[in-house]
Design a protein around this ligand. Structure first.
Ligand code: NDP
Length: 487
């Protein structure tokens, strides 16, 4: 029994430790993609609200209790926030599914634990971030301090809203920064709820602010604001490029995690049962609205026909269904626009000469919703648009290759470089190919695994900088060299 009708509380901005309305009083509506119905009104931040949030974050960074806390106290606060997220897991996961359309199985069993683990992992780092003592000359005592950058502006997308809160906010706070976060207008609810929990956890006012609103208004105001020292962005390559240009005026530091069109390569000697599972989850997990989705499946010619036949059989069984049903594995796309964009790409594929061998259509659930069938495009050439552009939906482009060199050549023949998969039982080949692929993550005989301890980010036009792992802490800190004369 689903409860999509249960009311969702209106969303308020989180500024300076308080849940507040927008200064203008304006709100926007967020929708349930599975029912096409409004969920609730959400405060719409303007440049004025962004400025209020930045002032609060600056004050918290420069003169609040935050910089004076003992590392162990900051650690305890992050851990406390993790505990509160876990305590409210069912509520947050439900909000995420209602707002985004993803299956509750993913929100509750995968995304929510990832957020909790991310805050716990970075809580552990708070007491371990250290500078170095460097031997330069007997005439000096020389050491480095690893210091926070200041106010970090986090701009996040709609595909993994709560996970992105963890990935952007936890390392920034662990390193002693303060944060202003803008969730995507399509999916603001989980971030606003975590913002409320941060107040409950006892984070000092202004340390973590959430400004829901439009990218072109609130996002743009953040990127231009001189009080923000760094922007950490995840989203489209197009907006990433725009942010990079705009941020130049105030010389902001940047982490950009952008699009992908990741190759998932199946060699003839692979464990085919595992590879079929990996190819399927690689694209249909998260409805394919996943930056690292294995959306280009490269299959060796000698097994191509058999592999595609088995893949099609599996895809046809993956019917879209009610996202709140725990058995559902394919939810609704985030918006009508996104659904139309995805269906438009299926048409483009047909026109380019690909064959739609599974799915390819909208499929309403209970007569409603922005659902698209699990879709497989066969006979794709790597130069087609459906092979080169990010579709961001449950659409798999299958491409043939002949031998290792051809696989690597086609895998790398693209502007993106976010992730890749390699399926083979040959250990030497697996590692050799992993080295030759130009991507920030390579999964061997698995796909779509993430952990707070493993860095994630792009090569080439998939961006730069890293979320997660020790590397992400380098991206939210700066190094100060201190010289002390000893003579
Ligand atoms: P965007 O890149 O537009 O959105 C990402 C975030 O940036 C959102 O919070 C958005 O705000 C914000 N934003 C938009 N414009 C600006 C701006 N001028 N200045 C500052 N922030 C801004 O992605 P879309 O939602 O438009 O999706 C479009 C396509 O991008 C998708 O179809 C997909 O192909 C790709 N995409 C890739 C993602 C990835 O993880 N690689 C994630 C999301 C999308 P708001 O949405 O509120 O306007």
């Amino acid at each position: 029994m689903t409860d999509t009708m249960a009311p969702v509380r209106p969303g308020k901005l989180i500024i300076n430790g308080q849940a507040v309305d927008a200064a203008s009083g304006k709100t926007f509506t967020t929708y349930n993609p599975a029912t096409e119905e409004p969920l609730c009104a959400v405060a719409e931040a303007s440049a004025e609200d962004v400025d209020r949030a930045v002032q609060a974050a600056r004050a918290a960074f420069e003169s609040g209790p935050w910089p004076k806390l003992k590392a162990s106290e900051r650690q305890r606060l992050l851990w406390r926030l993790a505990e509160l997220i876990e305590k409210n897991a069912d509520e947050i996961a439900r909000l995420e599914t209602l707002d985004n359309g993803k299956p509750i199985f993913e929100s509750r069993q995968i995304d929510l634990p990832m957020v909790v683990n991310t805050f716990q992992y970075f809580a552990g780092w708070v007491t371990k971030l250290a500078g170095e003592t460097l031997p330069v000359s007997p005439a000096f005592f020389t050491y480095t301090l690893r210091e926070p950058i200041g106010v970090v502006g986090a701009i996040i997308p709609w595909n993994f809203p709560m996970i992105m809160v963890g990935w952007k906010v936890a390392p920034a706070l662990a390193a002693g920064n303060t944060v202003v976060l803008k969730p995507a207008e399509l999916t603001p609810l989980s971030a606003l709820r975590i913002g409320e929990l941060a107040i409950e956890a006892g984070l000092p006012p202004g340390v973590f602010n959430v400004v829901s609103g439009k990218g072109s208004v609130a996002g743009e105001a953040m990127v231009r604001h001189p009080g923000i020292d760094k922007i950490s962005f995840t989203g489209s390559t197009e907006v990433g490029r725009h942010i990079m240009k705009t941020a130049a005026d105030t010389m902001k530091k940047l982490t950009l995690e952008l699009g992908g069109k990741s190759p998932n390569i199946v060699f003839a000697d692979a464990d085919l049962d595992a590879a079929i599972r990996g190819a399927t989850t690689g694209i249909f997990y998260g409805k394919g609205e996943v930056c690292a989705a294995g959306s280009r499946l490269l299959v060796d010619s000698s097994i191509y026909d058999e592999f595609v036949a088995r893949l099609v059989e599996r895809a046809k069984k993956m019917a879209p269904a009610d996202p709140l049903d725990p058995k559902t594995r394919l939810g609704a796309l985030v918006s009508k626009d996104q659904m139309n964009k995805v269906l438009g790409y299926v048409d483009t594929g047909r026109k380019e000469g690909a064959r739609v061998v599974a799915g390819g259509e909208r499929q309403a659930v209970n007569g409603k919703g922005w659902f698209v069938q699990a879709t497989v495009l066969d006979g794709v050439d790597n130069r087609m648009r459906v092979a080169q552009e990010e579709i961001f939906g449950p659409v798999l482009s299958v491409i043939r290759f002949d031998g290792v060199d051809d696989a690597v050549r086609q895998a790398n023949a693209i502007d993106f470089g976010l992730a890749a998969g390699v399926w083979t039982t040959n250990v030497k080949q697996a590692h050799a190919v992993a080295r030759r692929i130009r991507a920030g993550t390579v999964w061997i005989n698995t796909y779509n695994f993430y952990d707070p301890g493993m860095p994630f980010g792009g090569y080439k036009q998939s961006g730069f900088g890293r979320d997660l792992g020790p590397d992400s802490l380098r991206d939210v800190t700066q190094v100060k060299s201190v010289w002390v004369s000893t003579e």
